[in-house]
Design a protein around this ligand. Structure first.
Ligand code: DQA
Length: 144
């Protein structure tokens, strides 16, 4: 079974307590359960990781990408300014998909810009957990 990395950035450990209007009411654990089940249907195993530290995400990518087939990443607010995560994604040479729970393009102006998306093959956003489920399907298609 191929493994995909599921990476959650800053503040996503607080899901369930964050603004449900934007992020839904699932906890991170519940979200991961749904993503793992969706991945299983496509014959994929998920290795999940969350960090509130930019360097933690980079270290995780560097350590785990060599044994993985693809990446799903919601960088949280790092999306909007982390060139370091952008570069780390590119360095993996793996297909990556960026995900957002909320409608990032319809909120504050600064959320419309993603500096990490150019290192990804697609962005799925605005459908809460469904964004992840759709992204799993797309990634499965790409790495099959
Ligand atoms: C988010 C959107 C970001 O702008 C925000 O900083 C987050 C979550 C989302 O999933 O909608 O923490 O990535």
């Amino acid at each position: 079974m191929k493994t995909i990395l599921l990476i959650h950035g800053a503040n996503l450990n607080m899901l369930g307590k964050r603004d449900a209007k934007h992020y839904g009411s699932l906890t991170l654990k519940e979200l991961e359960k749904q993503v793992t089940a969706a991945a299983k249907k496509h014959g994929l195993t998920v290795k999940a990781f969350q960090s509130n530290y930019e360097g933690g995400i980079i270290d995780f990518l560097q350590m785990n990408a060599p044994k993985a087939a693809g990446i799903l990443i919601n960088p949280g607010a790092y999306t909007h300014y982390s060139y370091a995560i952008h570069d780390a994604l590119l360095d993996t040479k793996l297909p990556a998909i960026e995900i957002h729970l909320s409608k990032v393009t319809e909120r504050e102006d600064w959320r419309s810009k993603s500096v990490t998306a150019p290192a990804c093959l697609a962005v799925y956003a605005g459908k809460k957990v469904e964004s992840y489920v759709e992204a799993v399907g797309k990634l499965a298609e790409v790495i099959k």
